[in-house]
Design a protein around this ligand. Structure first.
Ligand SMILES: Nc1ncnc2c1ncn2[C@@H]1O[C@H](COP(=O)(O)OP(=O)(O)OP(=O)(O)O)[C@@H](O)[C@H]1O
Ligand code: SF4
Ligand SMILES: [Mg+2]
Length: 340
Protein backbone atom coordinates (compact mmCIF):
# COMPACT_ATOMS: atom_id res chain seq x y z
CA UNK A 1 0.00 0.00 0.00
CA UNK A 2 1.34 3.39 -0.90
CA UNK A 3 1.49 6.24 1.61
CA UNK A 4 0.32 8.74 -0.99
CA UNK A 5 -3.26 9.87 -1.36
CA UNK A 6 -2.95 10.38 -5.08
CA UNK A 7 -0.36 9.24 -7.61
CA UNK A 8 -0.29 10.71 -11.09
CA UNK A 9 2.02 8.73 -13.33
CA UNK A 10 3.08 9.75 -16.84
CA UNK A 11 -0.32 11.31 -17.50
CA UNK A 12 -0.94 12.21 -21.13
CA UNK A 13 -4.07 14.03 -22.19
CA UNK A 14 -4.97 15.22 -25.68
CA UNK A 15 -7.82 17.10 -27.31
CA UNK A 16 -8.86 15.75 -30.66
CA UNK A 17 -9.97 18.78 -32.65
CA UNK A 18 -10.85 19.30 -36.31
CA UNK A 19 -7.41 20.76 -36.87
CA UNK A 20 -5.63 17.86 -35.17
CA UNK A 21 -4.46 16.52 -31.82
CA UNK A 22 -3.57 19.06 -29.14
CA UNK A 23 -1.17 17.34 -26.74
CA UNK A 24 -2.13 19.38 -23.69
CA UNK A 25 -0.53 17.18 -21.04
CA UNK A 26 2.55 15.26 -22.10
CA UNK A 27 3.73 12.91 -19.40
CA UNK A 28 3.01 14.53 -16.04
CA UNK A 29 3.91 12.64 -12.87
CA UNK A 30 3.57 13.66 -9.24
CA UNK A 31 2.47 12.27 -5.89
CA UNK A 32 0.28 13.89 -3.29
CA UNK A 33 0.99 13.02 0.33
CA UNK A 34 -1.65 13.05 3.08
CA UNK A 35 -2.24 16.55 4.43
CA UNK A 36 0.07 18.39 2.07
CA UNK A 37 -0.60 21.41 -0.13
CA UNK A 38 1.05 20.94 -3.50
CA UNK A 39 1.20 23.96 -5.79
CA UNK A 40 1.06 23.58 -9.55
CA UNK A 41 2.36 26.74 -11.12
CA UNK A 42 2.90 27.81 -14.72
CA UNK A 43 1.88 30.30 -17.37
CA UNK A 44 -1.43 30.28 -19.21
CA UNK A 45 -1.75 27.24 -21.47
CA UNK A 46 0.88 25.13 -19.67
CA UNK A 47 -1.66 22.39 -18.94
CA UNK A 48 -2.56 23.03 -15.28
CA UNK A 49 -6.34 22.89 -15.70
CA UNK A 50 -6.20 19.97 -18.11
CA UNK A 51 -4.14 18.08 -15.51
CA UNK A 52 -6.80 18.88 -12.88
CA UNK A 53 -9.68 17.94 -15.16
CA UNK A 54 -7.91 14.70 -16.07
CA UNK A 55 -7.66 13.79 -12.39
CA UNK A 56 -11.37 14.57 -11.98
CA UNK A 57 -12.19 12.73 -15.22
CA UNK A 58 -14.11 15.81 -16.33
CA UNK A 59 -12.45 16.61 -19.64
CA UNK A 60 -14.20 18.85 -22.13
CA UNK A 61 -15.56 17.44 -25.37
CA UNK A 62 -12.78 15.91 -27.49
CA UNK A 63 -10.49 15.50 -24.49
CA UNK A 64 -9.10 12.09 -23.69
CA UNK A 65 -6.47 10.59 -21.41
CA UNK A 66 -4.26 8.81 -23.92
CA UNK A 67 -1.66 7.45 -21.51
CA UNK A 68 -0.55 7.05 -17.93
CA UNK A 69 -2.61 6.68 -14.77
CA UNK A 70 -4.22 8.57 -11.90
CA UNK A 71 -4.20 6.33 -8.86
CA UNK A 72 -6.47 7.07 -5.91
CA UNK A 73 -7.14 4.59 -3.13
CA UNK A 74 -5.43 1.85 -5.12
CA UNK A 75 -7.55 2.38 -8.25
CA UNK A 76 -6.79 4.03 -11.58
CA UNK A 77 -9.46 6.70 -11.97
CA UNK A 78 -8.91 6.75 -15.73
CA UNK A 79 -10.28 3.23 -16.08
CA UNK A 80 -12.87 3.25 -13.31
CA UNK A 81 -16.50 2.59 -14.29
CA UNK A 82 -18.75 5.69 -14.17
CA UNK A 83 -20.76 4.54 -11.15
CA UNK A 84 -17.62 4.14 -9.03
CA UNK A 85 -16.25 7.42 -10.31
CA UNK A 86 -19.41 9.27 -9.30
CA UNK A 87 -19.05 7.89 -5.78
CA UNK A 88 -15.56 9.44 -5.57
CA UNK A 89 -15.96 12.70 -7.46
CA UNK A 90 -17.45 15.51 -5.37
CA UNK A 91 -17.19 13.34 -2.28
CA UNK A 92 -13.66 12.04 -1.81
CA UNK A 93 -11.99 14.29 -4.42
CA UNK A 94 -13.53 17.67 -5.06
CA UNK A 95 -12.65 20.79 -6.92
CA UNK A 96 -12.99 24.55 -6.68
CA UNK A 97 -13.02 26.25 -10.08
CA UNK A 98 -11.69 29.63 -11.14
CA UNK A 99 -15.09 31.01 -12.09
CA UNK A 100 -17.70 30.22 -9.43
CA UNK A 101 -20.57 31.55 -11.56
CA UNK A 102 -20.09 28.78 -14.09
CA UNK A 103 -20.51 26.08 -11.45
CA UNK A 104 -23.45 27.58 -9.53
CA UNK A 105 -27.02 27.34 -10.78
CA UNK A 106 -28.33 30.94 -10.92
CA UNK A 107 -31.92 29.79 -10.35
CA UNK A 108 -31.46 27.88 -7.10
CA UNK A 109 -30.68 29.41 -3.68
CA UNK A 110 -27.08 28.62 -2.71
CA UNK A 111 -27.98 26.82 0.51
CA UNK A 112 -30.17 24.42 -1.40
CA UNK A 113 -27.39 23.79 -3.94
CA UNK A 114 -24.97 22.77 -1.23
CA UNK A 115 -27.65 20.69 0.47
CA UNK A 116 -28.42 18.82 -2.77
CA UNK A 117 -24.80 17.74 -2.88
CA UNK A 118 -25.17 16.26 0.59
CA UNK A 119 -28.42 14.56 -0.50
CA UNK A 120 -26.52 12.87 -3.33
CA UNK A 121 -23.62 11.60 -1.29
CA UNK A 122 -24.58 11.35 2.36
CA UNK A 123 -27.41 9.71 4.21
CA UNK A 124 -28.92 12.63 6.13
CA UNK A 125 -32.34 14.00 6.87
CA UNK A 126 -33.25 17.37 5.31
CA UNK A 127 -32.88 19.09 8.68
CA UNK A 128 -29.49 17.52 9.33
CA UNK A 129 -28.32 18.48 5.85
CA UNK A 130 -29.43 22.08 6.36
CA UNK A 131 -27.61 22.23 9.70
CA UNK A 132 -24.49 20.88 8.00
CA UNK A 133 -24.74 23.53 5.25
CA UNK A 134 -25.00 26.28 7.88
CA UNK A 135 -21.97 24.83 9.65
CA UNK A 136 -20.07 24.85 6.33
CA UNK A 137 -21.07 28.48 5.73
CA UNK A 138 -19.72 29.33 9.17
CA UNK A 139 -16.50 27.46 8.43
CA UNK A 140 -15.88 29.58 5.33
CA UNK A 141 -16.91 32.69 7.29
CA UNK A 142 -20.04 33.61 5.34
CA UNK A 143 -21.73 36.22 7.54
CA UNK A 144 -25.37 35.64 8.55
CA UNK A 145 -25.45 32.04 7.27
CA UNK A 146 -29.16 31.57 8.11
CA UNK A 147 -30.14 34.47 5.88
CA UNK A 148 -27.56 33.66 3.19
CA UNK A 149 -28.87 30.10 2.94
CA UNK A 150 -31.85 31.32 0.91
CA UNK A 151 -29.98 33.87 -1.22
CA UNK A 152 -29.36 33.37 -4.93
CA UNK A 153 -25.85 33.35 -6.44
CA UNK A 154 -26.26 36.84 -8.01
CA UNK A 155 -26.87 38.28 -4.54
CA UNK A 156 -23.32 37.36 -3.53
CA UNK A 157 -20.08 39.21 -4.29
CA UNK A 158 -17.32 37.37 -6.17
CA UNK A 159 -15.44 36.61 -2.95
CA UNK A 160 -18.59 35.35 -1.19
CA UNK A 161 -19.48 33.14 -4.16
CA UNK A 162 -16.01 31.63 -4.00
CA UNK A 163 -16.63 30.90 -0.30
CA UNK A 164 -19.84 29.10 -1.28
CA UNK A 165 -17.82 27.06 -3.79
CA UNK A 166 -15.31 26.14 -1.10
CA UNK A 167 -18.16 25.18 1.25
CA UNK A 168 -19.59 23.03 -1.51
CA UNK A 169 -16.25 21.38 -2.24
CA UNK A 170 -15.77 20.61 1.46
CA UNK A 171 -19.34 19.44 2.08
CA UNK A 172 -18.46 15.75 2.03
CA UNK A 173 -15.07 16.16 3.78
CA UNK A 174 -12.95 15.17 0.77
CA UNK A 175 -9.55 13.56 1.11
CA UNK A 176 -8.31 15.60 -1.86
CA UNK A 177 -9.27 19.15 -2.77
CA UNK A 178 -8.20 20.59 -6.12
CA UNK A 179 -8.34 24.38 -6.21
CA UNK A 180 -7.84 25.70 -9.75
CA UNK A 181 -6.94 29.40 -9.56
CA UNK A 182 -9.61 29.93 -6.90
CA UNK A 183 -8.65 33.56 -6.31
CA UNK A 184 -7.47 34.80 -9.70
CA UNK A 185 -10.69 36.67 -10.47
CA UNK A 186 -10.71 38.43 -7.08
CA UNK A 187 -9.02 41.60 -5.90
CA UNK A 188 -5.96 41.33 -3.67
CA UNK A 189 -7.64 41.83 -0.27
CA UNK A 190 -10.39 39.31 -1.00
CA UNK A 191 -7.78 36.97 -2.45
CA UNK A 192 -5.85 37.08 0.85
CA UNK A 193 -9.02 36.31 2.82
CA UNK A 194 -9.85 33.29 0.66
CA UNK A 195 -6.29 31.97 0.87
CA UNK A 196 -6.37 32.29 4.64
CA UNK A 197 -9.67 30.40 4.78
CA UNK A 198 -8.29 27.63 2.59
CA UNK A 199 -5.13 27.29 4.65
CA UNK A 200 -7.04 27.19 7.92
CA UNK A 201 -9.52 24.60 6.64
CA UNK A 202 -6.73 22.45 5.26
CA UNK A 203 -5.09 22.42 8.69
CA UNK A 204 -8.39 21.74 10.46
CA UNK A 205 -9.61 19.01 8.15
CA UNK A 206 -6.22 17.51 7.28
CA UNK A 207 -7.10 17.01 3.63
CA UNK A 208 -4.54 17.11 0.81
CA UNK A 209 -4.75 20.03 -1.57
CA UNK A 210 -3.59 20.62 -5.13
CA UNK A 211 -3.41 24.37 -5.50
CA UNK A 212 -3.20 25.62 -9.08
CA UNK A 213 -2.04 29.15 -9.82
CA UNK A 214 0.08 31.14 -12.24
CA UNK A 215 1.33 33.22 -9.31
CA UNK A 216 4.49 32.12 -7.49
CA UNK A 217 3.76 34.71 -4.81
CA UNK A 218 0.54 32.88 -3.94
CA UNK A 219 2.38 29.54 -3.99
CA UNK A 220 4.84 30.88 -1.42
CA UNK A 221 1.98 31.80 0.89
CA UNK A 222 0.00 28.60 0.65
CA UNK A 223 2.00 25.57 -0.49
CA UNK A 224 4.66 23.32 0.99
CA UNK A 225 5.73 21.74 -2.28
CA UNK A 226 5.63 23.00 -5.86
CA UNK A 227 5.51 21.52 -9.35
CA UNK A 228 6.37 23.98 -12.13
CA UNK A 229 4.61 23.26 -15.44
CA UNK A 230 5.57 24.35 -18.90
CA UNK A 231 4.29 23.21 -22.29
CA UNK A 232 2.31 20.29 -20.89
CA UNK A 233 5.17 18.94 -18.76
CA UNK A 234 6.53 19.41 -15.24
CA UNK A 235 9.94 21.00 -15.62
CA UNK A 236 10.88 21.23 -11.94
CA UNK A 237 9.46 19.98 -8.68
CA UNK A 238 10.59 20.56 -5.11
CA UNK A 239 9.85 21.94 -1.67
CA UNK A 240 9.12 25.63 -1.35
CA UNK A 241 12.70 26.25 -0.21
CA UNK A 242 14.18 24.21 -3.07
CA UNK A 243 12.12 26.00 -5.70
CA UNK A 244 12.71 29.50 -4.30
CA UNK A 245 16.24 29.25 -2.91
CA UNK A 246 17.89 26.43 -4.87
CA UNK A 247 16.16 26.95 -8.19
CA UNK A 248 17.33 24.39 -10.73
CA UNK A 249 15.52 25.24 -13.96
CA UNK A 250 15.85 28.26 -16.28
CA UNK A 251 12.06 28.50 -16.64
CA UNK A 252 11.57 28.65 -12.87
CA UNK A 253 14.31 31.31 -12.71
CA UNK A 254 12.35 33.30 -15.30
CA UNK A 255 9.12 32.94 -13.35
CA UNK A 256 10.83 34.04 -10.13
CA UNK A 257 12.22 37.12 -11.85
CA UNK A 258 8.64 38.10 -12.67
CA UNK A 259 7.24 37.80 -9.12
CA UNK A 260 6.53 41.21 -7.55
CA UNK A 261 8.54 41.57 -4.35
CA UNK A 262 6.46 41.95 -1.21
CA UNK A 263 8.42 45.07 -0.22
CA UNK A 264 8.42 46.39 -3.78
CA UNK A 265 6.24 48.87 -5.55
CA UNK A 266 3.28 47.01 -7.06
CA UNK A 267 3.52 49.03 -10.28
CA UNK A 268 7.19 48.26 -10.76
CA UNK A 269 7.71 46.82 -14.24
CA UNK A 270 8.63 43.19 -13.99
CA UNK A 271 10.82 41.19 -16.19
CA UNK A 272 8.62 38.71 -18.02
CA UNK A 273 10.01 35.90 -20.11
CA UNK A 274 10.12 36.97 -23.78
CA UNK A 275 8.40 34.79 -26.37
CA UNK A 276 5.34 32.57 -26.17
CA UNK A 277 4.67 28.97 -25.15
CA UNK A 278 4.90 26.13 -27.69
CA UNK A 279 2.02 25.15 -29.96
CA UNK A 280 0.88 21.87 -28.45
CA UNK A 281 -0.49 20.69 -31.77
CA UNK A 282 3.19 20.47 -32.78
CA UNK A 283 5.01 20.00 -29.47
CA UNK A 284 8.77 20.51 -29.46
CA UNK A 285 10.96 17.47 -29.89
CA UNK A 286 13.47 18.41 -27.22
CA UNK A 287 12.99 20.68 -24.20
CA UNK A 288 9.58 22.38 -24.20
CA UNK A 289 11.25 25.65 -23.14
CA UNK A 290 14.02 25.59 -25.77
CA UNK A 291 12.59 28.36 -27.99
CA UNK A 292 12.51 30.86 -25.11
CA UNK A 293 15.46 29.73 -23.02
CA UNK A 294 18.45 32.11 -22.93
CA UNK A 295 20.74 29.15 -22.19
CA UNK A 296 19.45 26.70 -24.81
CA UNK A 297 22.07 24.63 -26.63
CA UNK A 298 21.89 22.37 -29.66
CA UNK A 299 20.89 19.31 -27.64
CA UNK A 300 17.92 21.19 -26.12
CA UNK A 301 16.23 21.37 -29.54
CA UNK A 302 16.55 17.68 -30.29
CA UNK A 303 16.52 15.70 -27.04
CA UNK A 304 14.07 15.88 -24.11
CA UNK A 305 16.05 16.76 -20.97
CA UNK A 306 16.33 13.85 -18.52
CA UNK A 307 15.08 14.11 -14.94
CA UNK A 308 17.90 15.00 -12.56
CA UNK A 309 17.19 14.17 -8.94
CA UNK A 310 18.87 16.78 -6.73
CA UNK A 311 17.37 15.56 -3.45
CA UNK A 312 14.61 13.24 -2.23
CA UNK A 313 12.14 15.98 -3.06
CA UNK A 314 13.86 18.07 -5.75
CA UNK A 315 13.79 17.05 -9.42
CA UNK A 316 14.63 19.18 -12.45
CA UNK A 317 14.48 18.46 -16.17
CA UNK A 318 17.25 20.49 -17.80
CA UNK A 319 20.32 19.60 -19.88
CA UNK A 320 22.35 22.21 -17.98
CA UNK A 321 22.41 19.89 -14.98
CA UNK A 322 24.29 17.23 -16.90
CA UNK A 323 27.96 16.77 -15.91
CA UNK A 324 28.90 17.46 -19.55
CA UNK A 325 27.20 20.86 -19.64
CA UNK A 326 29.67 23.79 -19.74
CA UNK A 327 30.08 25.89 -16.60
CA UNK A 328 30.18 29.24 -18.43
CA UNK A 329 26.84 30.94 -19.10
CA UNK A 330 25.22 28.23 -16.99
CA UNK A 331 22.94 29.60 -14.26
CA UNK A 332 22.69 26.14 -12.73
CA UNK A 333 26.44 25.62 -12.14
CA UNK A 334 26.03 26.26 -8.43
CA UNK A 335 23.12 23.84 -7.88
CA UNK A 336 24.91 21.29 -10.01
CA UNK A 337 28.15 21.47 -8.02
CA UNK A 338 26.24 21.47 -4.71
CA UNK A 339 24.62 18.26 -5.85
CA UNK A 340 27.78 16.60 -7.26
N1 LIG B 1 -11.34 21.94 -24.91
C1 LIG B 1 -10.14 22.09 -25.46
N2 LIG B 1 -9.93 21.84 -26.77
C2 LIG B 1 -8.71 21.99 -27.34
N3 LIG B 1 -7.62 22.37 -26.68
C3 LIG B 1 -7.75 22.63 -25.36
C4 LIG B 1 -9.01 22.51 -24.68
N4 LIG B 1 -8.83 22.83 -23.38
C5 LIG B 1 -7.53 23.14 -23.25
N5 LIG B 1 -6.86 23.03 -24.43
C6 LIG B 1 -5.44 23.28 -24.68
O1 LIG B 1 -4.68 22.61 -23.72
C7 LIG B 1 -3.55 23.39 -23.32
C8 LIG B 1 -3.51 23.50 -21.83
O2 LIG B 1 -4.62 24.24 -21.38
P1 LIG B 1 -4.95 24.47 -19.84
O3 LIG B 1 -6.31 25.02 -19.78
O4 LIG B 1 -4.65 23.27 -19.06
O5 LIG B 1 -3.90 25.60 -19.44
P2 LIG B 1 -3.70 26.28 -18.02
O6 LIG B 1 -2.30 26.01 -17.61
O7 LIG B 1 -4.78 25.88 -17.10
O8 LIG B 1 -3.82 27.83 -18.41
P3 LIG B 1 -4.55 29.04 -17.63
O9 LIG B 1 -3.51 29.56 -16.66
O10 LIG B 1 -4.83 30.02 -18.71
O11 LIG B 1 -5.78 28.52 -16.95
C9 LIG B 1 -3.68 24.73 -24.04
O12 LIG B 1 -2.85 24.70 -25.16
C10 LIG B 1 -5.13 24.77 -24.46
O13 LIG B 1 -5.27 25.48 -25.66
S1 SF4 C 1 17.05 21.89 -21.30
FE1 SF4 C 1 18.01 23.51 -22.50
S2 SF4 C 1 16.33 24.75 -23.30
FE2 SF4 C 1 15.50 23.47 -21.65
S3 SF4 C 1 15.62 24.76 -19.86
FE3 SF4 C 1 17.50 23.56 -19.90
S4 SF4 C 1 18.97 24.83 -21.01
FE4 SF4 C 1 16.97 25.69 -21.39
MG1 LIG D 1 -6.35 26.87 -16.19
Amino acid sequence: MSANVLEVDNLQTSFFTRKGEVKAVRGVSFDLAPGEILGIVGESGSGKSVTAMSIMQLLAHGGKIVGGSVRFDGKDLATLPDAQLRAIRGKRISMVFQDPMSSLNPLIPVGKQVRELLDTHEKMSKAEAKERVLELFRMVRIPEPERRYSSYPHEFSGGMRQRVMIAMALACKPEVLIADEPTTALDVTIQDQILRILRRLQAELGMSVIFITHDLGVVAEVCSRVAVMYGGTIVEEGTLDEIFSHTAHPYTLGLLASVPRIDGDRDERLESIPGSPPDLMFPPQGCAFADRCAYARQICQTTPPPATRLSDTHVSHCHLLSPEAPAENNPLTEVRSAHA
